[in-house]
Design a binder for this molecule. Structure first.
Ligand code: AMP
Ligand code: GLY
Length: 424
């Protein structure tokens, strides 16, 4: 079978790697892909912002399955468009993807269905928002309503900062788009967990839980990024807590979406804060996480394609996923300057030596192949991923592999999984 993957990051490299391992798959096409993906799949160009371009590509390629990586194509309705043309696609419809594409929709949905989340106010003018800011404790959180690639969340330590953030969102100076509405939210404290499930619209099958590290600096300091590293272990969530989250958050969400006429098929990514008053939903994503997927898929023993097909066909109640016991980590290597501006086109060396470290997969996030040489092409460049029986073992493997890799200005956090290591 032929599988098309839409996207170009580390998540898509991991998806392509997992899909290619399925005995049923004969061809993997990735659009647009990157320098690493090109080594295991045929990469073809496409504009992920253009529904027409993606549909035209799928009609030309006629894959038996399309897997959508990033949020933007989902929010444009790529799954609806492919299904209308008789093409099988894994991911939520445009209506179901609103759980990610509109924070105000998600907050109101959570409230309607009594799913725990931070207290909030939705505001459509700066004046309204300024009034709301006065009634929240500090720090408080200001969020853009729409997709903002991780830049739409502002944690404000004082009211002046909050008012400035709100004005910047409404006048377009902050994100380059004028927001029509924003969310003001109570600041939650605790440990963050990425709880991802496959959903067929009726039931949820959890993937291995993971913990991301969003800040650029060690000790969780400095600005937010797309994610600098992830770990996944068996004991990240105790069985009782896992059952609670599955029932009261993931299944409640899937039931709620079905009741509201927008059944959710795809990956439901519940971003949770484990607070003193229990798990609270920080956000939903309607897709695989990046870099969570890299660490999750190296632990997955089941056939990914079978699982995604079971979700599309509504058979997840008969599906059980098998996982490698132990741990996996993914450490992101980024360009100097990221998440601010950075150079690209810098040659990379040592990738082959890194890939030879046992249990290691080097997934490319921002790379391209130029005249036979792999060069940097993004802020997050690589996701060096390793599995092992223990967390310490997985970390040792990932950092050993990173020691082999060089490009000018390479940066990575050396403290991935520090919370789990401290608990031991
Ligand atoms: P989001 O784009 O909603 O995932 O938010 C990005 C990051 O901002 C989250 O992963 C959290 O680290 C942080 N964040 C979002 N909402 C809150 C909140 N209510 N309290 C504390 N931190 C938050
Ligand atoms: N790792 C965070 C995300 O995928 O949004």
């Amino acid at each position: 079978m032929k599988v098309l993957i839409l996207g170009s990051g580390g998540r898509e490299h991991a998806l392509a790697w997992a899909v290619a391992r399925s005995p049923r798959v004969t061809e993997v096409v990735c659009a647009p892909g990157n320098g690493g993906i090109a080594q295991i799949a045929r990469c073809v160009p496409v504009d992920l912002k253009s529904l027409d371009a993606m549909v035209a590509l799928a009609e030309a390629e006629r894959p038996e399955l399309t897997i959508v990586g990033p949020e933007l194509p989902l929010s444009l309705g790529i799954v609806d468009a492919l299904q209308e043309r008789g093409l099988r696609a894994f991911g939520p419809t445009k209506a179901a993807a609103m759980l990610e594409s509109s924070k105000s929709f998600a907050k109101r949905f959570l409230e309607r269905h009594h799913i725990p989340t931070a207290k909030y106010a939705i505001c459509t003018t700066a004046a309204e928002a300024e009034k709301a800011i006065g009634v929240f404790h500090l720090p408080l959180v200001v969020k853009a309503d729409g997709l903002a690639a991780g830049k739409g969340v502002l944690i404000c330590q004082n009211r002046t900062e909050a008012v400035d953030s709100v004005r910047g969102l409404f006048d377009g100076s902050l994100l380059g788009v004028v927001e029509q509405q924003i969310v003001i939210e109570e600041f939650l404290e605790g440990e963050e967990i990425s709880f991802l499930c496959l959903s067929d619209g009726k039931c949820a099958v959890p993937l291995a839980a993971a913990q991301d590290h969003k800040r650029i600096g060690e000790g969780d300091t400095g600005p937010n990024t797309g994610g600098m590293g992830v770990y996944s272990t068996d004991d990240l969530l105790e069985p009782g807590m896992r059952e609670w989250v599955l029932k009261h958050i993931a299944e409640a969400t899937i039931r709620g979406m079905a009741e509201e006429g927008a059944p959710f098929t795809g990956v439901l990514y519940c971003g949770l804060m484990m607070t003193a008053r229990g798990p609270q939903v920080l956000e939903f994503n309607a897709r695989f996480g990046d870099p969570e997927t890299q660490a999750i898929l190296v632990r997955m023993e089941s056939d990914l394609v079978e699982a995604l097909e079971a979700a599309i066909d509504g058979r997840l109640d008969q599906t059980e996923l098998r996982w490698k016991p132990g741990a996996a980590v993914c450490v992101v290597a980024s360009s100097a300057g990221y998440p601010g501006s950075y150079k690209t086109g810098l040659p990379m060396t040592g990738l082959d030596a890194a890939a030879k470290v046992p249990g290691v997969q080097v997934f490319h996030a921002g790379s391209s192949l130029v005249e036979g040489q792999i060069v940097t092409a993004g802020g997050r460049v690589l996701g060096v991923t390793a599995a092992d029986d223990s967390l310490e073992g997985a970390l040792a493997r990932a950092y050993q592999a990173l020691g082999e890799i060089h490009f000018d200005g390479i940066y990575f956090r050396r403290d991935i999984a520090h919370r789990a290591l401290k608990k031991k």
